[in-house]
Write a protein that binds this ligand. Structure first.
Ligand code: PRP
Length: 212
């Protein structure tokens, strides 16, 4: 039986874009974009099997070897800190992790800083560099509401166009990291399937070079 490469893609807009890159690079599996509730698709001809995974879970599937490779946002990689290889920057889904607050916010350094975020690990590490005393408030979405209702002083969250911040009378104070989608690989599976994985990486690289 032909050896297949198991690939975890983040479900949603970014995943569809990334699937398009894989398809263009020669690893298509046309049914993958069909409207259905099915979560895995394979194409024996191109040797790939795609799994549509919740974006924040891609690192789990790859770290544990359930998938050989995957595509995860740098935000998820920084937050989950999986023991995987980061092979390639796909330069898709570019955005940034920022510290933001209401436009008229003035920091009082004598008080504990209340930080609302979906990324407690990233936020904790960021403030610990400065020895800043923080109270991390973990939320799961609509983070921009937190300063408006007085739940937090600042937020640590993803900013792409800046529209969400602007429309909620907020602005970025500091950029913490630039983010984009990364190709990651399970460390043990990388050794077993090195040729296949490197072939995928090289073809993706060639594709982006041809477009540049
Ligand atoms: C993300 C992020 C910001 C917004 C930034 O939220 O958390 O809220 O996008 O994008 P912008 O700078 O282009 O406005 P998402 O849409 O994922 O939903 P969430 O608020 O439920 O996390």
């Amino acid at each position: 039986m032909k050896q297949m490469l198991n690939i975890a893609l983040p479900k949603g807009r970014l995943g569809e874009k990334v699937y398009g890159m894989f398809a263009e690079a020669g690893f298509e599996c046309p049914e993958a974009l069909e409207e259905s509730r099915k979560l895995f698709f394979e194409n024996e001809e191109t040797g790939v099997r795609y799994f549509w995974v919740k974006p924040s879970d891609v690192t789990v599937y790859v770290e544990r070897g359930a998938c050989d490779i995957g595509v995860a946002g740098k935000d998820i990689i920084m937050e989950n800190e999986p023991d995987v290889y980061e092979l390639y920057d796909l330069k898709a889904g570019c955005c940034r992790m920022s510290e933001s607050a209401l436009n008229d916010y003035v920091e009082d350094c004598t008080r504990t800083l209340r930080v609302a975020t979906k990324f407690p690990n990233i936020a904790t590490k960021y403030y610990s560099q400065f020895g800043r005393d923080v109270d991390i408030i973990k939320l799961n979405g609509s983070i921009e509401l937190a300063p408006i209702v007085g739940l937090s002083d600042v937020i640590v969250d993803i900013t792409e166009t800046g529209t969400t911040l602007r429309e909620n009378n907020m602005r970025e104070f500091r950029v913490i990291a630039n983010l984009s989608a990364r190709l990651i690989a399970n460390k043990a599976n990388y050794e077993f399937k090195k040729e296949m994985i490197e072939n995928v990486r090289k073809k993706l690289e060639m594709l982006s070079e041809n477009k540049a």
